[in-house]
Design a protein around this ligand. Sequence first.
Ligand SMILES: [Zn+2]
Length: 352
Amino acid sequence: MKHTKILILFLLFFFHIGISAQDRDRPREGEGIYAFLRRNDRVAKNDYNRFLELNKGKFGKNNSLKMGVYYTLPPKDKDASVSTSKEKPEKQKNNTPSKNQSGIKRKNPLFGKKYENYTVSSDRLKGACFFLSSGHGGPDPGAIGKVDGKTLHEDEYAYDITLRLARRLSEEGATVYMIIQDAKDGIRDDKYLSNSNRETCMGKAIPLNQKARLKQRSDKINSLNKSSKEKYKRAVFIHLDSRSKKHQLDVFFYHAKNSASGKKLANTMKNTFRDQYKKHQPNRGFTGTVSTRGLYVLEKTVPVGLFAELGNIQNTFDQRRFLDPDNRQALANWMCRGFIKDYEDYKKLNRK
Ligand SMILES: [Zn+2]
């Protein structure tokens, strides 16, 4: 009897070690929360916030991870039951078609080897369609910044953020078109993104002439717009622009003149960013603006358009923001939140 008790204690001890070894991990060099969670396969919607809760007091500045510290990971099984409180996708396929696509596994090679597989985790953007166009590309690098002796091209960073946004929107059930594409560069967790002129407009070479370049992507969006059946469609243009080296510019959202829906979307986006900054970087302050601007792509494309300038790639402060892949992910996540809000508002309005 005594031996049995000891054996049980012994087993419990090892069982406990087994569990904690799974539930905790130390960050690797340069890893932020998103990268850390992704490496540990915690990609459910609420994992980030749960992780913050679980590890209160263990973070550095701006919720950075400290080297050598063990962080508790949110439980995995729970995630599944939270984010897919619905049937298993395989079952749905065989039964009468369900409106719910939540839980379905999808693949998009554009996201790169590490991120090409994803799971549709909600239907919040079901019925919404996005045409995502990252700025510049091909022979045009956009604005150029210099940091640590490296030359940074706007188009590479804009593309990475756009890919991350595309993946997030897809996870929420949206239909997403990547207008500018790079067959080789997926989502990259690097600080310094290597430069290339490989980008195409959905397979077609991008011309160098600015007018021809903008016309090409606008025409592409308009033809896809015609063939897609969704009622809610948005064209999104993502830039990290540079106006002056000195100014820290924060975030600018532009909409087409006379587009009430565009203005509404831009304001929703700005407010979402303001709230997220307040939550994650309360000391930073936020100076985002919304305005109209006679931009070719906004004027020529048919779907409601949003043109976002997410910062200034020549400004040292903003550069730091773009170099960190977690920050690029955060920008994509916040835009996704903004779109969810805008789509919810749209559905409310059109229900009546
Ligand atoms: Zn630009």
